[in-house]
Design a protein around this ligand. Structure first.
Ligand code: SF4
Length: 563
């Protein structure tokens, strides 16, 4: 007989059971907040209430890193040791944290926590409370474990402040502050003035806006596809599952100015004919989840949701799975399943969330939409270059004087970003810059005058990705950087297809040998073969790009890989 009191859980589950399986992740989060982990009677009760087979519930729990089916400490402390935090001494912090672990505190190594500008980062959860701390040192661990360490402030700067005008103040701008700065004007203008949805789509198409999440697909074309697709209801989804090592822009936007993103999403939902908006935020971003949820409440109270404007917005928390940033894996997660990417086509515009027509956009993309619809496509095109219009956010981390979030028009040079905005390289000369994130490529001194546009970076062989600019000075050991990237992909591969599942493991093993100087005969060829096999044969973008940085390093520094 179980001595677990299920009464509080049963009361909580009443709220979720009408949604059935689609509420599985929120229900598991709520259950874990009550019991600290998900023991068998709790899991069975969730399965019963949501009418999901118990085996499926176990499959979901095991898939997500932030769910536990074995007892853990009352407080779980996750310390990031990916490249940017490692440069700030994360290994020593993690070791010190592990020495403090006991039956009350569980300590884990976490994949990137999205505070690359504020390393070392640590995420702490206890019951239904979650906090993330930056600039953690061995000396501040007591306060971090007690969840009362001070908050480290993000530096936000740049040549423009179109998207980031209200960010970087250490708190979220209120709806009133957003409105005072011109916010919600686009929504009122479009819906109040009854601009038809096609008019909104045309304006966005004319602006030349392309997605800022990495894929750079034209936003207006995506919206048009979803608007014209047969089937109802339609859904609008905000992809806020930012987890790429080196990326923290969406976190700062959500924490600083959540109403801007929600206004962009409502404009998108109106354009495609959707009434329901989901915003899926990674579980490691508790502050963003809290502030976006508070902004949704403010919008509701102010009449922007419900009767006045026919939208409903639901905030969803991820549970620790990088792959859920892949759009179809994100849909699966909202539907209450493991985050396995789907085979495409069919594409989300016709067969998206719950198999219905869906538009899904990244946070930064949506933050630009209110500007376009308030000021017009022409004004937007006056920022940036002809082929890369608009402002862009760059996440600068590593060896620079001022790591932070920088907003600049497309077309400035890498040199300008590094020297004029971020204050220059520190600790020695420049060794390299990782562009585009873990799935990116390395730039060196010779690339400093390349312009930051999609087309210039592409011809220099550098992906813009999600705007990651991670800087390494000449004292850094690039083998260690590659090892950490390799570990990240091996950890985050979802395991659905073999080229990636096995390839990321083999890649990690070879990178371990390279880092230790214990290469075996044939390792160079093996590393290259594994990389190209993943690139060519993997099912989704994770596997297709998991070798990108490694292959780029092999080209730049072949001597590094030889024994
Ligand atoms: S490429 Fe990797 S992450 Fe993508 S489906 Fe295959 S195993 Fe999963």
């Amino acid at each position: 007989m179980s001595n677990i009191d299920l009464v509080p859980l049963q009361a909580t589950l009443k709220e979720f059971s009408p949604q059935g399986r689609a509420a599985l992740l929120p229900a598991l989060h709520a259950a874990q907040a009550i019991y600290g982990y998900l023991p068998e009677p709790v899991t069975a009760e969730v399965a019963r209430a949501l009418r999901v087979p118990l085996a499926d519930v176990y499959g979901v729990i095991e898939f997500y890193a932030m769910f536990y089916n074995e007892p853990v400490g009352k407080t779980v402390v996750r310390v990031c040791a990916d490249p940017a935090c490692a440069m700030c001494g994360a290994d020593a912090v993690l070791e010190a944290a592990q020495r403090k672990a006991n039956s009350d505190y569980t300590v884990e190594r976490a994949p990137c926590l999205g505070l690359c500008n504020l390393g070392t980062a640590a995420n702490v959860t206890s019951g239904d409370r979650g906090l993330t701390f930056g600039k953690v040192t061995a000396d501040s661990l007591d306060a971090v474990f007690a969840m009362n360490a001070g908050e480290a402030a993000d530096y936000v700067g740049g040549d423009l402040r179109v998207l980031t005008a209200l960010c970087g103040q250490g708190r979220a701008a209120t709806l009133a502050e957003y409105e005072a700065a011109g916010g919600m004007a686009a929504l009122k203008k479009v819906i109040g003035g009854k601009t038809p949805p096609a008019g909104v789509i045309n304006e966005v198409k004319n602006s030349g806006l392309v997605g800022r999440g990495g894929a750079a697909f034209p936003t207006g074309v995506k919206w048009e596809g979803a608007a014209k697709a047969a089937g109802s209801p339609k859904y609008f989804v905000v992809n806020a599952d930012e987890s790429e090592p080196g990326t923290f822009k969406d976190r700062i936007l959500m924490e600083g100015d959540p109403c801007r993103i929600l206004e962009g999403a409502m404009l998108g939902a109106y354009a495609i004919g959707a009434n329901k908006i989901y915003i899926y935020i990674r579980g490691e971003y508790p502050t963003a989840i809290e502030r976006v949820s508070a902004a949704v409440d403010e919008l509701r109270q102010a009449g922007y949701l419900g009767s006045g404007f026919d939208f409903d917005i639901e905030v969803r928390s991820g549970a620790g799975a990088y792959i859920c940033g892949e759009e179809t894996a994100l849909f699966e997660s909202i539907e209450g399943k493991r985050g396995f990417p789907r085979v495409k086509p069919p594409f989300p515009t016709t067969h998206g969330l719950f198999g219905k027509p869906t538009a899904i956009n990244n946070v930064e993309t949506l933050a630009t939409v209110p500007y376009i619809l308030t000021h017009g496509a022409t004004a937007f095109r006056q920022l940036g270059t002809e082929k890369s219009p608009g402002p862009k956010l760059f996440c600068v981390s590593g060896d620079v004087a001022r790591p932070g979030l920088y907003e600049a028009p497309f077309g400035v040079t890498i040199r300008h970003l590094l020297d004029d905005l971020a204050g220059g390289v520190t600790g020695g000369g420049l060794k390299s810059i990782l562009f585009g994130g873990a799935a990116g490529a390395f730039a060196t001194e010779k690339d400093l005058d390349v312009k930051l546009t999609f087309e210039d970076l592409r011809s220099a062989g550098l992906p813009l990705g999600s705007g990651v600019v991670m800087v390494f000075n000449e004292t850094r050991d690039m083998r260690d950087v590659l090892l950490r990237l390799g570990r990240f992909f091996a950890h985050e591969s979802c395991g659905k297809c073999y080229p990636c599942q096995l390839g990321t493991q083999r890649q990690h093993e070879i990178l371990e040998r390279v880092a230790e100087g214990k290469q075996r005969a044939g390792d160079v060829t093996r590393l290259s073969d594994v990389g190209w096999t993943m690139t060519d044969a993997s099912l989704c973008g994770l596997g297709q790009t998991a070798a990108s940085a490694v292959l780029s390093a092999m080209k730049l520094w072949p001597e590094m890989f030889k024994g």
